[in-house]
Ligand binder design. Structure first.
Ligand SMILES: CC(C)(COP(=O)(O)OP(=O)(O)OC[C@H]1O[C@@H](n2cnc3c(N)ncnc32)[C@H](O)[C@@H]1OP(=O)(O)O)[C@@H](O)C(=O)NCCC(=O)NCCS
Length: 145
């Protein structure tokens, strides 16, 4: 099968691509992982940068970037369940890291679900601090600085 073209799109808040990204967030975080609506849509989306990975018109990956004073924070990172372990997440994360650095922010952090720590280590992140529960899931903070 020919490889599908993949685009990484910055989706303005409330745009059609943003809303398609939200559909994927609902599927992954709410339906698959049991996160509540209030936790998933926490009121910070309007001030975030949203990025989607699109193949053949379909959103297959999503993440958001929060611009905090001390660092940029990557979160709400998900790939469609049937499309994992194909590199979609790695490529989208790499694009987001490059984008953040081009905005002049080199300090990036994220809150990793415990079983994903190894994945983020490949991108230069190191875990720090204690484990904690967020939306019922064990997490640890990671940063690249
Ligand atoms: C975390 C998540 C976004 C990663 O997306 P993904 O598209 O599966 O990520 P990738 O395919 O790039 O990488 C996943 C693994 O597959 C491997 N991989 C990458 N390309 C591959 C390929 N072509 N063939 C086989 N394996 C591949 C990667 O090396 C990686 O291995 P590792 O976990 O041992 O480091 C995805 O698992 C997900 O949506 N999980 C549910 C939501 C979630 O937990 N979000 C993160 C919260 S911290």
């Amino acid at each position: 099968m020919a490889e599908l073209a993949e685009q990484h799109i910055i989706a303005p808040y409330d745009s059609a691509w943003y809303r398609k990204g939200c559909d994927l967030r609902r599927q992954v975080f709410m339906q698959e992982q049991g996160v509540s609506l209030e936790d998933e849509f926490d009121g910070r989306d309007p001030n975030a940068t949203h990025m989607v990975s699109v193949q053949d018109g379909n959103v297959v990956g999503v993440l958001r970037i929060l611009w905090l004073p001390e660092h940029a924070k990557i979160g709400r990172f998900a790939v469609a369940q049937s499309r994992r372990n194909e590199g979609i997440g790695s490529r989208l994360l790499q694009t987001a890291l490059g984008f953040i650095e081009r905005q002049g922010q080199e300090r990036i952090m994220l809150e990793a679900q415990i079983d994903r720590i190894n994945f983020y280590e490949h991108f230069g992140f190191e875990a720090y601090g204690e484990e904690y529960l967020d939306a019922g899931i064990l997490h640890r903070a990671m940063k690249n600085y």
